[in-house]
Design a protein around this ligand. Sequence first.
Ligand code: DX5
Ligand code: ZN
Length: 220
Amino acid sequence: MAKIAPSILSADFARLAEDIEKVERGGAEYLHIDVMDGQFVPNITMGPPIIKSIRACTKMFLDVHLMIDKPERYIKEFAEAGADLITFHVEATPHAHRVLQAIHAQGIKAGVVLNPGTSLDTIEYLLPDVDLVLLMSVNPGFGGQSFIPQVKTKIQVLRDLVTRMGLQVEIQVDGGVNRENILELVRAGADVFVMGSAIFNSEDPEQTTKDVRKMLALQG
Ligand code: DX5
Ligand code: ZN
């Protein structure tokens, strides 16, 4: 069944532990953590010390999305801070396969991320060594943007490719996902849904998570 990955980018950073508890109680499977360096993307967020603190207060699966230049420099730090999955942008390094190896060497899951304009061709030969592909459906940097519609086709094409290659790769979508569009994205072939503003800017993040969980369960 499809999974929900609430993005804490839209949480209240001064009440982070409480916000995390809400989505954990709501039944979310992954906790999505957006790391931005002010270089690869025009925003700065958080680094390993905050992830270490989060690790100490939840058992949730920590899904760390690196939006940083040359991610190879920081794999060990993020793994040691407590990441269960590290995803990095193929646009941010000339050695994507080496970064995948470095992440797996830490004993955790590894994923690649594509910006909306980046072709699936760039990852075809990485797929056998990838646990998850994250397709950005907004330009990375900020929460609360609108879903870029052509990413739906990209999900379908990637799903076909993964099936044809006989692989077990999860497909994650990040950016502009909400209650209105999530089911068509499930049907397109995505498995893991990042939701930032749709959950944390709602009146009751716990209930919203439960509602979305129910929608996904009914979908099967
Ligand atoms: C954007 C981040 C997202 C962001 C999504 O660069 O990677 O994870 O939090 O936020 P929403 O769900 O509000 O589009
Ligand atoms: Zn993200």
